[in-house]
Ligand binder design. Sequence first.
Ligand SMILES: Nc1ncnc2c1ncn2[C@@H]1O[C@H](COP(=O)(O)OP(=O)(O)OP(=O)(O)O)[C@@H](O)[C@H]1O
Length: 403
Amino acid sequence: MNQRKRVVVGLSGGVDSSVAAFLLKEQGYEVIGMFMKNWHDESVTISNECPWMEDSTDAMLVAEKLGIPFQAIDLSEEYRERIVDYMFAEYKAGRTPNPDILCNREIKFDIFLKAAQKLKADFVATGHYCQKGEIEVNGNPVFQLLAGADPNKDQSYFLCQLNQEQLAKALFPIGHLQKSEVRKIAKEQDLITADKKDSQGLCFIGKVRLPDFLQQQLKPKKGDIMVVSEELSIYDKKKIPAGMSIEDLDVETLDGICMPEIYDVSQGKKIAEHNGAHYFTVGQRKGLQVGGTGKPLFVIATDTSSNVIYTGLGEDHPGLLRNGLFVKHEDIHWIREDLRLQIGETAKYQARIRYRQPLSSATLLMKENGLYVIFDTPQKGVASGQFVAWYHGEESIGSGTIF
Ligand SMILES: Nc1ncnc2c1ncn2[C@@H]1O[C@H](COP(=O)(O)OP(=O)(O)OP(=O)(O)O)[C@@H](O)[C@H]1O
């Protein structure tokens, strides 16, 4: 059946994609390995190491060992335009982007996919820990994005912005395996990548720390750290009114619950200084460098226009917890288009707002202006710019950018 299908596998020089390529070959596909050079800027390299060169050599050696053709393509320009520029713009605006999710949507399953199609490939495969399903809805095929079988490695969250056309062309050959099994196969096949360390995400940053990367374009600028009391009246609006069912909440109440709070300096007390509000993210504890406060300080909001950070004392500060979040109409993405909610409709799903976070039950309400996601239990670290993905069991149904 699969004999004549051609697959381009993204070979990163890591163990997962090496084993993915091996398994595809075993299954009888015609496999081509392709390494992409993502982004490399001499100015952010903090050592003389050149990780992408090493990775591309490893990818090539794996291809050689498996006896498959190999190509390397330079997508660094596209990467800069679509990922790096987006990252800087988002941080500058006080939001927290997720480059890994964008990279899958914009690079691996767009530009890379198009390059594969030029080679007349039927599919693009990656070493992601997730699975693809196919069902029929009203007589039409519908593709499903499913969690990886290894609960510690599930990467479906990173693919939550893929659409049906992209999924139709995707293969995830290792999604049904545990990481330990992948390493075992790599060892058995004597692949050079068998013992290679896992990558840390943020592939393009390589070995540079995020703060160092950001400082390339976002210059340090001193500003105030304010500490905000627990007793502010704005926190009352964040609560779900007692006795009300979520379906009956009006938009004003929903906005109070789901929109990020806007603080002003009169609501806080200056406690120290920081070196740039755009370096900080909601929920962050590290990097504030304020001592003598007894309990730890956490960022509860940043205001990049006035360059002020608002913080709360202690991990139970009401500013840290949110009962819901909002996704603007144009930022809502349905993987399962057939399950798209219409205005006025609600649905019960499980949501996650960051990679590896356990799923948490939530009610989704579709309104004219966008989607409100109300959690059964309040969540910490709901950061603007990050993605929320909603699941039905193991299946990722849709996602959106948090307002
Ligand atoms: N530079 C690259 N060139 C080609 N494909 C890549 C590259 N970087 C990542 N990929 C593809 O995307 C998948 C997921 O990338 P990620 O950076 O999360 O690596 P990973 O899960 O550690 O996998 P691996 O062990 O294969 O590096 C990889 O398995 C690979 O198929």
